[in-house]
Ligand binder design. Structure first.
Ligand code: HEC
Length: 132
């Protein structure tokens, strides 16, 4: 997020894009992989794996709100945690997004669905998949 401070939200979009993938890779091994996903995706590469689809629906409908440990299959265990919209997130995920930002978002993410959120809305999840 330091790029957001030094370069403003436009640089932040590039940072969020490049660095999120690098951070995910750097922290992933054969034993543990992790990432973010959502019911309203910005980056299609964050599309949920099958085991995440139902849990995301439960969070989005408000039926579930707590982090959870899940059994994925005989070899894998999962951990998921909901992510809520905080005030700084509205710059890029809110209802009134400044034109230079929305133009950049449309350019990088032509299928962006991750706008129109309000404070405290469920935005998506952080997930971890662990090989036993
Ligand atoms: C500077 C603009 C910007 C800000 C501020 C921002 N985001 Fe994002 N967000 C993005 C971009 C760009 C992506 C796509 C990143 C990628 O390629 O994985 C993204 C992706 C995500 C994703 C992954 C799922 C998806 O839709 O691809 C989540 C979850 C998310 N943001 C939550 C948040 C939350 C919560 C905050 C506030 C704490 C926040 N974002 C603040 C620009 C921003």
């Amino acid at each position: 997020m330091s790029a957001i401070k030094s370069g403003g939200p436009i640089k932040g979009i590039d940072a969020c894009n490049d660095q999120a993938a690098k951070i995910a890779l750097a922290n992933s091994s054969k034993q543990i992989i992790l990432g973010r996903s959502s019911h309203k995706l910005r980056n299609p590469e964050n599309a949920p794996e099958k085991w995440l689809v139902e849990p995301i629906k439960l969070f989005a409908s408000g039926k579930q709100s707590q982090p959870q440990l899940l059994k994925i299959d005989d070899e894998h265990q999962g951990f998921i945690e909901p992510i809520k919209i905080q005030a700084p997130c509205l710059t890029c995920h809110g209802t009134e997004i400044a034109k230079p930002i929305s133009e950049k978002l449309t350019q990088v993410y032509p299928e962006d669905q991750a706008t129109g959120f309000q404070l405290n809305d469920f935005r998506g999840i952080f997930w971890v998949k662990i090989k036993k």
